[in-house]
Design a binder for this molecule. Structure first.
Ligand SMILES: NC(=O)c1ccc[n+]([C@@H]2O[C@H](COP(=O)([O-])OP(=O)(O)OC[C@H]3O[C@@H](n4cnc5c(N)ncnc54)[C@H](O)[C@@H]3O)[C@@H](O)[C@H]2O)c1
Length: 427
């Protein structure tokens, strides 16, 4: 049996994949409501079908528990807990440390422990290793095995299945690596071995920094081209036809989610220990975090053109989740936009069927409990301006075009709609 610790966006699909392939999975989480949901065959993540969970539970290859002492029943333990930034935007690996502390006393000799949470190089073989060794009285690489393997989950992408995404794996020792490869080959088609846990940790950071920097580049070009009267979306579509040396990235209202806005700063922090600067990462962060201000500036201009001010106008933010077709609103720029518009005196509402009620968040507590507006002509047309922040596929953009007199589109979602000239601003 294997244990998956942390049954969130990463741990749950991974556990389901193992279970589907006949491996017995014990899901462990500190959140009793998730444990209860799984054992009852229910899903708490929009894009994960409850039937998959029910099938896994029925086949007795998946059960969930809050009892971490049951790690002793497992041959392998995979850790998928959060790795956020603290309020000073420094890595917060406390979830990893707490998990390590809670499993260490229950580790058996020969168990494999794999960390999957995105983090800076050295976390596995320094911090996690130290906690596991002191709590278990055993030595990593000798009495138990230790490895790092980053998750490559792409929530909301229907063609992204755990089994077909190659899994990078680094072990503390060659034997640790072999054990980790054998584990993952029970769930995925391809394992990509690297020389160490640090190389595997660094691989994940490269992947996410690559995205952050390239998104910043198109965001910067969007602003420059807008000043020149050129549509960045048209330019990207044309550039995409180049059959080599180009990969499209798309602009937006800012970065969101638990990965791209956060992970690059894990490396920035660690690099300081080695007196290394991370100028690309910092610059990309600066450009991406400035995007909501640019969007708000566009709201000012669009309203101004029709003789209105932001102060006193009703603005509807369409899309609260950070990306299309998911219910995840962690770090979503939509909330930043709502904060800024409300601070300028706008009356702000939002529409998002994936997030019907705003949950409590640390940075935006004032929106907790606010509900999505209803989707009908009377409601939508009562707003002076609609701001598309996330382009969910379940929004009827033709109706939006018919019902709203002024739209700011940060996602090129209105491209197929019959909009009147001056009705839609791309931003
Ligand atoms: N969400 C993604 O698309 C994605 C993609 C790749 C990598 N990652 C990385 O994977 C890691 C997990 O992300 P996520 O999106 O699944 O987070 P999540 O918040 O969805 O899930 C984390 C789970 O861990 C549980 N948890 C917290 N503390 C715990 C503890 N001490 N013991 C056991 N469980 C605990 C939480 O209750 C929650 O269910 C992060 O490091 C993230 O950067 C996420």
């Amino acid at each position: 049996m294997i244990a998956i610790l942390g049954l969130g966006y990463v741990g749950l699909p991974l556990g389901l994949q193992f279970s589907k392939n006949g491996v017995s999975v014990l899901g462990l989480d500190v959140d009793q409501s998730k444990v209860d949901a799984i054992n009852a065959g229910k899903s708490y993540i929009h894009h994960i079908d409850a039937q998959w969970i029910q099938d896994a539970v029925d086949s007795k290859t998946l059960e969930a528990s809050c009892d971490f002492s049951r790690v002793t029943e497992c041959d392998a333990v995979v850790i998928c807990v959060p790795t956020p930034l603290n309020k000073n935007r420094e890595p917060d690996i406390s979830y990893i440390i707490k998990t390590g502390e809670s499993i260490a006393p229950h580790l058996r000799a020969g168990t494999l422990v794999v960390l999957e949470s995105t983090t800076y190089p050295g976390t596995t073989d320094e911090e996690l290793r130290a906690v596991l060794e002191s709590g278990s009285g055993m030595t990593a690489g000798k009495d138990f095995h230790l490895a790092f393997s980053p998750e490559r989950e792409d929530p909301g992408n229907p063609s992204s299945r755990v089994s077909i995404i190659p899994k990078v794996v680094g072990g503390l020792t060659p034997e640790c690596l072999e054990k980790a490869k054998a584990l993952y080959l029970q769930a995925v088609d391809q394992v990509v071995p690297v020389s160490s846990c640090r190389a595997a940790e660094a691989t994940k950071l490269l992947e996410n920094i690559f995205r952050s920097v390239n998104i910043a580049l198109v965001n910067e070009l969007k602003v420059v081209y807008a000043a020149m009267g050129i549509d960045i979306w048209e330019v990207i579509e044309a550039a995409k036809t180049k059959p080599f040396g180009f990969m499209p990235f798309y602009p937006g209202p800012g970065l969101g989610g638990h990965c791209i806005p956060i992970d690059p700063f894990y490396l920035t922090w660690k690099a300081r220990e080695y007196c290394q600067a991370t100028r690309f990462i910092e610059l990309a962060g600066e450009i991406n975090t400035s995007m909501p201000d640019w969007i708000v500036h566009n709201v000012f201009q669009a309203l101004n053109k029709v003789g209105k001010s932001v102060n006193g106008s009703r603005v509807l933010v369409v899309g609260l989740a950070y990306k299309a077709n998911v219910d995840d609103m962690r770090e979503s720029p939509s909330l930043v936009l709502m904060d800024k518009l409300a601070a300028f005196g706008a009356e702000v509402g939002y529409y998002d069927t994936y997030v019907p009620i705003v949950p409590t968040t640390r940075e935006h507590p004032q929106w907790a409990g606010v509900k999505s507006v209803d989707w009908n002509q009377e409601t939508v047309s009562s707003f002076d301006l609609c701001l598309i922040a996330t382009a969910h596929a379940n929004v009827n953009y033709q109706q939006l075009s018919d019902w709203s007199s002024l739209i700011i589109d940060t996602r090129n979602a209105m491209k197929a709609s019959n909009c009147k000239t001056d009705q839609v601003w791309k931003a």
